[in-house]
Design a protein around this ligand. Structure first.
Ligand code: ATP
Ligand code: MG
Length: 195
């Protein structure tokens, strides 16, 4: 990598992206919310669950992040399902988000493994405790809000490292690394084929 490229800052986060079906369900839900809320909808292709926000780093640090992720993948965190049915508002930030019913242990294992290995290799992360949420609207002002959405099951089978670019048209996310959760490989392959 040329020195100039290595020094360039990139904004990164680890996340889980929904499969096509879950993405469509969440997008339909966002559309329904937009009929009772003013604000900015999350574009379908941008819907995600953040695991760990890394923030601005030099491009040269991406390799260290990927090595940490490889090691965690090697430990074999199990695949898990996320059940979503509650819609909530974060008033202080004017965010409408979908909440996960019962936070699966493997999700917390993955987040904790990422937090501790990134801290070990020198990244300083948020002190706030992890609160999984899927942001559906920003700058939101809602008259009423359906408390429950139609229950949906999001089958998490992989996680990604994503570059975030702020543009005048909102954020643009580009995956730059992908790792798998441990599960039935045949099932994972068939899920990937359906995408
Ligand atoms: P924008 O900032 O343009 O409105 P965004 O917040 O989606 O868009 P980023 O700020 O790059 O884009 O954030 C990427 C992801 O990381 C989002 O899910 C965001 O909620 C989360 N995130 C951002 N900053 C933090 C932070 N300080 N702590 C925890 N999560 C964060
Ligand atoms: Mg942001």
């Amino acid at each position: 990598m040329a020195e100039e490229t290595r020094q360039k800052a990139v904004r990164l986060f680890f996340a889980i992206w929904p499969d096509k079906e879950t993405c469509m369900q969440l997008d339909r839900l966002t559309g329904r919310l937009a009929s009772v809320c003013e604000g900015r909808k999350t574009k379908a292709e941008n819907i995600h669950l953040t695991l760990v926000f890394v923030g601005e780093v030099n491009a040269s640090q991406v390799e260290a992040l990927c090595r940490a992720a490889d090691e965690i993948e090697g430990h074999g965190v199990r695949a898990f399902d996320l059940v979503i049915e509650r819609i909530c508002v974060w008033k202080r930030k004017n965010i409408v988000y979908a909440e996960i019913n019962e936070v699966p242990r493997p999700l917390m294992d993955l987040v904790e493994a990422l937090q501790s290995s990134l801290s070990l290799v020198g990244f300083s992360l948020e002190e706030r405790s992890y609160k999984p949420h899927i942001t559906l609207m920003r700058n939101a002002s809602c008259k009423t809000l359906p408390e429950r959405a139609e229950p949906m099951v999001w089958r998490a089978r992989e996680w990604v490292l994503v570059k975030s670019d702020q543009t005048s048209d909102g954020p643009v996310y580009t995956p730059i690394g992908r790792w798998f959760l441990k599960g039935d490989q045949r099932m994972i392959n068939s899920l990937n084929h359906q995408r």
